[in-house]
Design a protein around this ligand. Structure first.
Ligand code: SF4
Length: 182
């Protein structure tokens, strides 16, 4: 039997990183994820009506593989917050986010969800990014269905390009920790 020891060597310069197999697998998984995102619509007011139009035949969100709305947080991929979020409602939004499995994305639809909108008052949360991390913001009061679809396509781009390891990275854990999420 040979007593030669196996020696690991560093990859040559320019070829470091995750390697061909891991990066190609990332692309494949990203493509599959991006075209089957299940939204959880958290609609509290008028922006929710625009979402109904986005779902309906004319705009047809099924074209993006996302016609299956998930009202169960554990089966949802994208939390779509649409409407004014009162401070009393904030813990509920956060609870729904916490119940979602990774990888999860968040779309803030409209001025109210993004920044409190016109309701600069004591009772309204001035943007859901005060309580949970947001991936994409859709401007408008209300945004048209085209804008909502554009925001959704931005989420698809994120899903496509995201490494399968991102959710285990220290940066992501740090982001969650900044919201008090373990
Ligand atoms: S952004 Fe405008 S349309 Fe949307 S929920 Fe707020 S007030 Fe209503």
């Amino acid at each position: 039997m040979s007593d030669r020891k196996i020696q690991m060597v560093d990859a040559p310069a320019g070829l470091e990183g995750q390697g061909f197999f891991a990066t190609s697998l990332d692309s494949l998984v990203g493509l599959a994820r991006a075209n089957s995102l299940w939204p959880l619509p958290f609609a509290t007011s008028c922006c929710g009506i625009e979402f109904m139009a986005t779902m309906a035949a004319h705009y047809d969100i099924a074209r993006f593989g996302s016609e299956r709305l998930s009202f169960s947080a554990r089966q949802a991929d994208v939390l779509m917050v649409m409407g004014t979020i009162a401070k009393k409602m904030a813990p509920v939004v956060k609870q729904v986010y916490l119940q979602m499995a990774e990888p999860r994305w968040v779309l803030a639809v409209g001025a109210c969800a993004s920044s409190g909108g016109i309701f600069d008052t004591y009772s309204v949360l001035q943007g859901i990014d005060r309580i949970i991390p947001v991936d994409v913001y859709v401007p408008g009061c209300p945004p048209r269905p085209e804008q909502i679809l554009d925001g959704f396509m931005q989420i698809q781009e994120l899903a496509k390009s995201e490494s399968t390891r991102r959710r285990q990275t220290p940066e992501y854990k740090e982001l969650l920790a900044s919201y008090g999420i373990e």
